[in-house]
Design a protein around this ligand. Structure first.
Ligand code: PLP
Length: 423
C-alpha cells in the first residue's frame, strides 16, 4: 500500500461517517470489493433500513386492506405528515411551510401556478443558462401558458466570458430589473456545483418586487438551509439525490408562512382541503393555512416510506454534522486533484471557496477526451462511478453519509491513469 493510500485509510478510521447504514454496490471484480461511488448527487444509495420499513408498510396493506387508512401501524391517511417535521428541519422551515408530494418538476409547476403571475410590464423569469433542462422546459412552458413568448420571457444568466460560475453581484443586478416577475435558480447548480448565495439573492429579488423561488434538487441534504429565515418565497427539491430515497422518489415543497393565508391561485384536489373535514365530501374545498393546501391527490404510501426512512436518518445525524464531514471530505478530494491537474487536461470548475459549494467537484476535461468515455473507463477499469455531462464535464460527489476518503484516493488514482499527461 502506498503512503497516500495509507493516509486515506487512516483518515477513514478517524472520520468514518455512516457508511454501515447503507448498501454499497459491489465492484464486480477489480482490486476492491465495492465501487467507489461518486454519483450520490444523481442517485443516492439505499439506506439498509429502507427495505425493512417499506416491507412493514407493505404488509399493513396485506393485513388490513382498506382499514389500513386508519389502523396501520403508520396509518395511511395522515402518513404524509410523518415526513413533514424531518423535511422542515432539513431545510430550515416551519412544519406548516413544508410538504412532501409528487415529483420535483410537477411541484415547480404547481408552485408557479401560485407564484408566477405575470403582468404585461413584469413577466420575465430568470434562470441560469446552465439550469437543469427540466427547469428550463418548465419555465418556458409556463411563459407560453400565460401567452408570452418563452424566448422573450425567460432570461438566462451566463457567467462572464472566461468564467465558469455566476457572480452574486451580476445575478443581483439582473434580477433587480422591474420586468422580472420570478427568479427561479438552482440553490446548488447541478453542472458546476456552485452554491448560490441564497439569502443575498432572495433579498435582492424580493426588494426589487420579484418573487424568488429556489430549486434545491442539489442543495437539500447537501448543505444547511434556512429557508424561513432567508425569506424565500417558495422552494422545491427532489429526494433521490442527496436524500437517498430511491429513483423517482417523492419531492419536497416549501411555501413561506407569509403566503399560507394569502388568496393565491392554486390547482386543487381533495388533498388540498382541510383533513378534518375532507370526508364531509363538500363541493368546495377549505384549504388549511399550510403547505398541505398545495397537495392535490392522496399520496402513494409505498413511495413515501423510503422518503420517511431517509429523512429520519438525516434528522438523527443532523445536516450540520454532515456538512462538517462534507467540508473535510471535499477538501481532501480537492487536495488530491490538485496534485494531478497541473500536468493534465483537467480543471476543477467548481468554486474553490468551500462556502460557495457543496459536496461536488466538477471537472472540465480537455484534449478531446469526452466525459462519457472517461466515465466508462473509470467505471469498468477502476470501479469508480462518476457522472458525465457531455461533452466535457465530469462530476464527482463525495457524500458525507457514506463516501470514504479511500474512495477519493481511488478516484484520483484512476483519473491520473486514465487522463494522459500533457506532452
Ligand atoms: C435532478 C433535477 C431535476 C429532476 O426533475 P424531476 O422532476 O425530479 O424528474 C430537476 N431540476 C434540477 C435542478 C435537478 O437537479
Amino acid at each position: 500500500m502506498s503512503s497516500a493510500e495509507a493516509e486515506a485509510k487512516a483518515l477513514d478510521a478517524g472520520d468514518p461517517g455512516h457508511r454501515e447504514l447503507f448498501d454499497i454496490p459491489p465492484a464486480d471484480g477489480g482490486a476492491f470489493p465495492e465501487v467507489a461511488y461518486f454519483a450520490g448527487n444523481s442517485l443516492g444509495l439505499r439506506p439498509k433500513a429502507t427495505r425493512v420499513e417499506l416491507l412493514a408498510d407493505l404488509d399493513s396493506w396485506a393485513e388490513l386492506g382498506v382499514e389500513g387508512h386508519l389502523d396501520a401501524a403508520r396509518p395511511w391517511l395522515p402518513y404524509h405528515s410523518l415526513l413533514t417535521g424531518p423535511a422542515a428541519r432539513l431545510v430550515g422551515a416551519l412544519e406548516s411551510e413544508t410538504v412532501v408530494m409528487n415529483s420535483l418538476t410537477v411541484n415547480l409547476h404547481l408552485l408557479m401556478v401560485s407564484f408566477y403571475r405575470p403582468a404585461p410590464d413584469r413577466f420575465k423569469i430568470v434562470i441560469e443558462d446552465s439550469a437543469f433542462p427540466s427547469d428550463s422546459y418548465a419555465v418556458r412552458s409556463q411563459a407560453r401558458f400565460h401567452g408570452f413568448s418563452p424566448d422573450e420571457a425567460v432570461v438566462r444568466l451566463r457567467p462572464r466570458p472566461g468564467e465558469d460560475v455566476l457572480r452574486t453581484a451580476d445575478v443581483v443586478e439582473r434580477i433587480s430589473d422591474p420586468d422580472v416577475a420570478l427568479v427561479l435558480l438552482g440553490g446548488v447548480n447541478y453542472l458546476t456545483g456552485e452554491l448560490m448565495d441564497i439569502p443575498a439573492i432572495t433579498a435582492a429579488g424580493r426588494a426589487a418586487g420579484a418573487v424568488v423561488g429556489w430549486d434545491l434538487a442539489h442543495a437539500a441534504g447537501n448543505v444547511p438551509l434556512s429557508l424561513h429565515e432567508w425569506d424565500v418565497d417558495f422552494a422545491a427539491w427532489c429526494s433521490y439525490k442527496y436524500l437517498n430515497s430511491g429513483p423517482g422518489a417523492l419531492a419536497g415543497v416549501f411555501v413561506h408562512e407569509r403566503h399560507l393565508d394569502a388568496p393565491l391561485q392554486r390547482f386543487e384536489g381533495w388533498w388540498s382541503t382541510d383533513a378534518a373535514s375532507r370526508f364531509e365530501m363538500a363541493a368546495e374545498s377549505r384549504p388549511p393555512a399550510s403547505a398541505d393546501a398545495w397537495q392535490v391527490s392522496n399520496p402513494p404510501i409505498f413511495s413515501m416510506s423510503p422518503v420517511r426512512t431517509s429523512l429520519e436518518l438525516f434528522d438523527q445525524v443532523g445536516i450540520g454534522v454532515l456538512r462538517e464531514r462534507s467540508l473535510r471530505l471535499t477538501a481532501y478530494l480537492e487536495s488530491l486533484l490538485a496534485l494531478i491537474t497541473p500536468t493534465r487536461q483537467l480543471q476543477v470548475i467548481t468554486p474553490t471557496d468551500p462556502s460557495r459549494r457543496g459536496a461536488q467537484l466538477s471537472l472540465r476535461i480537455g484534449g478531446g477526451l469526452r466525459a462519457g468515455e472517461l466515465a466508462k473507463v473509470l467505471r469498468f477499469e477502476f470501479g469508480v462511478i462518476a457522472d458525465a455531462r457531455e461533452p466535457d464535464v465530469l462530476r464527482l460527489a463525495p457524500v458525507p453519509l457514506y463516501s470514504l476518503y479511500h474512495d477519493c484516493w481511488r478516484a484520483v488514482q484512476a483519473l491520473a491513469e486514465a487522463v494522459p499527461e500533457n506532452a
